[in-house]
Design a protein around this ligand. Sequence first.
Ligand SMILES: Cc1c2[nH]c(c1CCC(=O)O)Cc1[nH]c(c(CCC(=O)O)c1C)Cc1[nH]c(c(CCC(=O)O)c1C)Cc1[nH]c(c(C)c1CCC(=O)O)C2
Length: 343
Amino acid sequence: MQLKNDLLLRAALGQPTERTPVWLMRQAGRILPEYRAVRERLSGFKELVETPELAAEVTIQPVDLLDVDAAIIFSDILVVPEAMGCTYEMIEKRGPIFPKTVKTAADVDSMRVANPHEHLNYVLEAIKVTKRELNGRVPLIGFAGAPWTIFAYMVEGSGSKTFSQARKMLYEAPELSHTLLRKITDTTIAYLQAQVEAGADLIQIFDSWAGILPPAHYKEFSYRYISEICKALPNVPVTVFAKGAFFSLADFAQLDCQVIGLDWNMNVQETRQIIGGNKTLQGNLDPCALYNDFAGVERETKKMLDAFGGDRHIANLGHGVYPDTDPEKVKCFIQTVKEYSQR
Ligand SMILES: Cc1c2[nH]c(c1CCC(=O)O)Cc1[nH]c(c(CCC(=O)O)c1C)Cc1[nH]c(c(CCC(=O)O)c1C)Cc1[nH]c(c(C)c1CCC(=O)O)C2
C-alpha cells in the first residue's frame, strides 16, 4: 500500500524531504495516560505484548496523540530469549527478570533457534493488524535487540549496571559465548525477515548495552553479528542504534545499513565525519532536555537540528523517552522539529 507520509523512508534512503522526520524511541508507553489506561485493565505487560489487537492499539496511540512520522510496533526485545526457551517476567517498577539464566554448556544446548511463525507469531499478527489499522498513514518500524544485548540479559538474568556475569562469560568461555550468540543471531534474522514479510517498513536493531564492552570484545561478540543481520535484510532500510558504541563508529560506516542511531553523548559533527555522507543519522536529543520548560525544549531541539544540518537526518532522542516526561513537552519537541526543519 502507498504510504501517505513516507518522510522516514525517504530520509533513511537519502532522498530529498520537505522537512526532517521525527519519532521517539519508547514513544508507545507510559508517557501516555491513554497507554496506562489500556495497561491497567490487563494482568500485566506480557498480556499487552501478546494480544495483537491491543499491541496494535497502543502502537498507533502516539501517531494519533503526538503526530509522529512513524509507528514502532509495541513489543519488547525480550520476546526473543523467551522464544528460544528463556522466559522473562516483567516486574512492575523494577524491570525484567529471567527466573532461569543461561550459563553452562547444557544451558546453551537447551536453547532453541526459534521459528518466528511458531514462537513469535503474536508479534507478526500485531504487525499485520497495525498495518491494516494504520492504513498507510505513516511507516511501521519493526525491531529486535542486537545479539549481544540479548545475550547480556539471558546470562545476567536481569538488568544490571555492569552486566559483569555476561562479560565474565566472554572471557571464561568465548566459544560457548559464540555458540549462544550464533543461536540468537539465527533466531533474530528469521524473526526480522518475518517482520518485514508481515509489513514492517524499516527495521531498527537496539544494542542497548554496546557501551559496556571493550572495543575488541565489541567487534568480536557484537559487531560481527549485527553486520550479519544487516546483510540478511537487503530489501528494507535498517537502523543500527548501539548505545555508547562511539569507539565502533568507523566499523559502523562499513555496515550494510542505511541509518546509524546516535545517543546523546555522541558528537554529531565527529560522527558525521567518521560515518561519511552515505548514511542517514538518527537522534540525538538528551531525553532529559524534555524536562526543560517549553522555551528550553524549543531551544535545545533547534540546537540539535542545527548540529545535524538538515539532510540525511531523522530527529529522535538519544535514547528512549523517560516515563515521567510530560507529553506536552514531547509534543513541543515534535512541533519544533516540524516547523524549524521546513526546507
Ligand atoms: C533494553 C530494552 C528493553 N526493551 C527494549 C529495549 C531496547 C531499547 C532501550 O535501550 O531502551 C525495547 C522496547 N521496549 C518496548 C518497546 C516498544 C515500542 C516503543 O519504543 O514505543 C521497545 C522498542 C516496550 C516496553 N518495554 C518495557 C515497558 C514498560 C513496561 C510497562 O508497561 O510497565 C515498555 C512500554 C519494559 C522493559 N523492557 C526492557 C526493560 C529494561 C524494561 C523495564 C524498564 C523500562 O520500562 O524501560 C528491555
